[in-house]
Write a protein that binds this ligand. Sequence first.
Ligand SMILES: Cc1ncc(COP(=O)(O)O)c(C=O)c1O
Length: 370
Amino acid sequence: MNDQTEMHLGGNWIGTPIEDLDTPALLLDRAAADRNLRRMADFFRGRPCQLRPHFKNHKCVTLARRQLAAGSAVGMTCAKLGEAEVLAEHGFTDLLIANQVVGRAKLDRLVQVARRADIKVAVDALSQVEAISRVAAAAGVEIGILIEIDIGMGRCGVPAGQPVLDLAREIVRRPSLRLDGIQAFEGHAVYLDDPQQRAQAVRKSFEPAIESRRLLERHGIDVRMLSGGSSSTYQITGAIEGVDELQAGSYATMDWRYARMLPEFEVALSVLARVISRRGDTAVLDVGLKGAGNEFGLPRIKDSPEAEIPSFVSEEHCIVRNVPDWTVGQAVQLLPSHACTTCNLYRELYVHEAGRIADVWPIEAAGKLT
Ligand SMILES: Cc1ncc(COP(=O)(O)O)c(C=O)c1O
């Protein structure tokens, strides 16, 4: 074993050419990611609506810190309680779980997070309001509450209007809860490719959420925040009067699916794979379903538009046709269609600059499903 190998086994890859990494590995182009963070922060600078970056995209604490440092951000959004726990452990103090936190085990964990951070959760059921109030009061903590409104996605959320007011009245009279406002996510409009259609759908979807906000305010209930939005709707949702926070996630790393809609952001994330077999114009890579999220389409080969992945059904293999002059052992970069599910599969993010590994960032919340 030479010095170089020992160094790698010890985990110190700094300075190594990308192609020497063991594969599959998750790569992040640091300069591209930094430009993405800056671009988004610049858009929100000086606006009434501020950013609350969605941690679910990358689940990496270092990247989350850089998102806040880039500016125009009020705190972090999480999809899961486990993500909020990780961020709270690492000193993040303003957290929103943009989801329902349900079940005794989770509520016990929620109050622990509330001891360390200002934590807010979405609710859409009175029984849940009662349950959170009970555990929070017993633990002597306060939990921030956002009433989730279904604005067309058909996922979670109460209907707009009177049901929001009814639930708000229940929240404000219960102990240990602080009604912070409203959550509304336009998930049904996020992947509309046509920008005009998307803008129209988003604006229409938010009307009932804004009206609900005004309804609460007319009844003397303060709405400190209306939170929603995504990477592909930041310019639309982020400019709607009455929306206070934008929960964009994917803009940080990007993937090819979002790149189609957001040319101003760069695909900074890729999966490094290696050719393990080659026959004629067909090569096989050492990564499959277990190494690249593909809900929005098959991965693409970076910088080789002619290479084609005909299907992606193996756990650990990827067949590529029409390959250029690849040889067995050669490293190639795959661009996944979905960054969020890809990051969840890895424990480290290999950060590169000028073709070499510049840093290795842990993905602390990878695999946190609870
Ligand atoms: C509640 C919520 N907010 C925001 C987002 C937006 O994230 P992204 O910018 O990655 O699309 C999502 C995506 O699924 C979401 O579920």
